[in-house]
Design a protein around this ligand. Structure first.
Ligand SMILES: NC(=O)c1ccc[n+]([C@@H]2O[C@H](COP(=O)([O-])OP(=O)(O)OC[C@H]3O[C@@H](n4cnc5c(N)ncnc54)[C@H](OP(=O)(O)O)[C@@H]3O)[C@@H](O)[C@H]2O)c1
Length: 322
């Protein structure tokens, strides 16, 4: 089978399309035929290998495992002996190791059934961004109905789902994005949009909750835009170097007495994937696809991911069209 591999760290030029042996599922694993696989910042960081903590985990000086990709949708073609929730032929979505490939191995806990009315491309787009938005708003910010929420970086892979999930809680959403994405975030339900190329969000609040994907301001700026009971959840670093952001976050957490700022790493789990499946199925949440690429053009898809300019999601497809 064909698979995209990264045998060394670097730019998208390190990605190669290679013929590899089709894996066999064991225990709680499934073998799936991949139809669509989304790019994510985490794939970019794995490919580049520039963040010291991640590089330690992935292997140094070269990656231990050359497989690339995670979020995807597909059909089950074989199941390990301990799999209980799926059968051959089921349409599923979630995460699989090495999803930029014709076939991939997935753990049962990282998959759920794809709602019939949802396309493979839309389902492949959601896992990481949707879980991050859901867990940030629900578990870390404890979102409630009627809250005033500021979502900074609303047009990206986390932001598009955050806007819709916040609206599903009946929150009042102010979305921060650039001019070209205003219509898109309004269509997703944002009540108010701040075009960051024209206006600063600092001073436009206060907000009960700020969900921030950009990370480029001192934490004091976020805190002064919060209500007395408000909190800020720091998700990512679109606006600065990720390693520098991690250092900044660590020093703030160490010095902060008042619990106003939270950060987290989103976790895959079956229950939350099921929640995303329900949100997709009910129409409360949908994916926004900026562009699709065939498997052999995964390097171009990853270059787009690295640009930090994607409106919604980029998806690599295997024989299906948008
Ligand atoms: N904590 C976690 O578990 C977790 C999970 C997933 C992702 N993350 C992190 O969260 C961040 C967002 O991820 P993502 O998947 O949403 O990224 P993404 O899809 O690459 O985000 C791209 C979007 O961000 C917008 N953008 C870029 N710079 C901006 C700025 N200064 N202000 C407002 N919008 C800006 C871009 O539009 P314009 O260029 O038009 O503005 C584009 O639409 C990343 O740093 C990622 O590593 C963290």
């Amino acid at each position: 089978m064909n698979a995209i591999l990264a045998r060394k760290y670097g730019s998208p030029a390190v990605l190669t399309l290679e013929e590899v042996t089709q894996p066999t599922p064991e225990g709680n694993q499934l073998l799936i035929k991949v139809h669509a696989a989304a790019t994510n910042p985490s794939n970019w960081h794995r490919m580049e290998g520039k963040i010291p903590m991640l590089r330690q985990a992935y292997g140094d000086p070269e990656p231990n495992d050359p497989a690339m990709g995670g979020d995807c949708s597909r059909t089950v073609v074989a199941v390990g002996p301990n799999v209980t929730r799926f059968a051959v032929g089921d349409a599923v979505f979630g995460a699989a190791k090495g999803a930029f490939a014709e076939y991939a191995i997935a753990a049962e806990k990282n998959l759920v059934h794809k709602p019939e009315a949802v396309s493979f491309i839309d389902a492949a787009a959601i896992p990481t961004g949707g879980l991050t938005a859901l867990q940030g708003l629900r578990d870390h910010a404890h979102i409630t109905s009627g809250q005033r929420i500021l979502i900074i970086g609303a047009s990206g892979g986390v932001g598009i789902y955050a806007v819709q999930i916040a609206k599903s809680y009946d929150a009042h959403v102010t979305a921060v994005c650039s001019t070209r994405n205003i219509d898109m975030v309004q269509r997703l339900g944002a009540d108010k949009v701040i075009d960051y190329t024209e206006q600063d969000w600092d001073g436009a609040g206060p907000y009960d909750l700020i969900l921030d994907m950009v990370g480029d301001r001192p934490f004091e700026v976020y805190v002064r835009n919060l209500t007395r009971e408000g909190c800020m959840v720091s998700v990512g670093a679109l606006g600065m170097d990720t390693t520098a952001f991690m250092t900044k976050m660590g020093s703030y957490k160490a010095s902060e007495k008042e619990a106003k700022v939270f950060s987290y790493i989103a976790q895959f789990n079956t229950d939350d994937l099921m929640t995303l499946a329900q949100l997709l199925d009910s129409g409360a949440v949908r994916s926004v696809i900026d562009r699709t690429f065939p498997l052999e053009e995964t390097a171009a898809a990853m270059a787009m991911q690295g640009s930090k300019r994607i409106s919604g999601k980029v998806v690599v497809t295997m024989g299906i069209e948008l």
